[in-house]
Ligand binder design. Structure first.
Ligand code: HEC
Length: 242
């Protein structure tokens, strides 16, 4: 019996990791969360290229300053939009209803996206947009079919077209993407840029988890104190009975 319960517990913890990937083969990425400069670059990229549409409602700018070692002058110059204060969260100006009308789907909050999708998926996703004239934004994504997001990084990456192979059953398959127009960055520079951005997304998923985890010990402490009080009470009551 005990063993069954233990197994059930074990699997309930393991489950969230098994669906992290999915959807075609993924390129793997090495991320070092101790590399603060990479995280700073990632944070700046996030603000510049993603925050117009996606919020990060769990993330406060003041926390960024603390964790990533960004001073207030730099925060104001590089990260804060006019009118935002360091104590604010990374919210987005766009009205969700309008966004849905524009893109077909409202851009999701990205606070914990790294835990839902995994770092390899994100790294691959941001490098897998390709030209597709049938889509509203003129692009599709190799690992997110018919994605509603435009290729917001195309100026940096350049443009790619799919190289398609037909197998003996007549099924078409994209075997790789080929650059048709160069971007501002070389392919290697673009990969490094995306790696920093993904590192930032991974970091962002952690503090949210961290805050929730911090509550745990307090709940236990509370229960412990309660137990003590109840024990003393019980003793008091039974004293008169005996
Ligand atoms: C112009 C608006 C816009 C910008 C800018 C934008 N996105 Fe998106 N993004 C979207 C929309 C819309 C979707 C929903 C796509 C869908 O579900 O079809 C999306 C989806 C995503 C997803 C998939 C979420 C899921 O379903 O798991 C990720 C990851 C993502 N965006 C990351 C980014 C990152 C990183 C940036 C910055 C480089 C960025 N986005 C910039 C509009 C945007």
């Amino acid at each position: 019996m005990m063993r069954k319960i233990l197994f059930a517990l074990l699997f309930s913890f393991a489950a969230p990791f098994s669906w992290a990937g999915g959807g075609g083969e993924l390129d793997s990425v090495d991320i070092d969360l101790r590399d603060r400069e990479a995280l700073q670059r990632g944070a700046e990229a996030f603000v510049q290229y993603c925050l117009n549409c996606h919020s990060a409602a769990y993330m406060r700018y003041s926390r960024l300053m603390q964790d990533l070692g960004i001073d207030e002058a730099r925060l104001k110059e590089r990260l804060l939009f006019a009118g935002d204060k360091p104590g604010d969260t990374m919210k987005v100006a766009m009205d969700p209803k309008r966004a849905k009308a524009w893109f077909g789907t409202a851009p999701p909050d990205l606070s914990v996206i790294a835990r839902a999708r995994g770092e390899d998926w994100l790294y691959t996703y941001l490098r897998s947009f390709y030209l597709d004239p049938e889509r509203p934004w003129g692009v599709n994504n190799r690992i997110f079919k018919d994605v509603g997001m435009p290729h917001v990084l195309w100026r940096l990456q350049g443009l790619y077209r799919p190289v398609i192979e037909t197998d003996e059953n007549g099924h078409e398959r994209i075997i790789r993407l080929e650059q048709v127009e160069a971007g501002l960055l070389s392919p290697e520079e673009y990969d490094a840029f995306v790696r920093d951005l993904v590192a930032y997304l991974v970091y962002m998923g952690e503090p949210a988890q961290f805050q929730r985890m911090q509550l745990g010990p307090w709940v236990l402490l509370y229960l412990f104190v309660l137990l003590g009080v109840l024990y003393v009470l019980k003793k008091e009551y039974w004293k008169d009975v005996h």
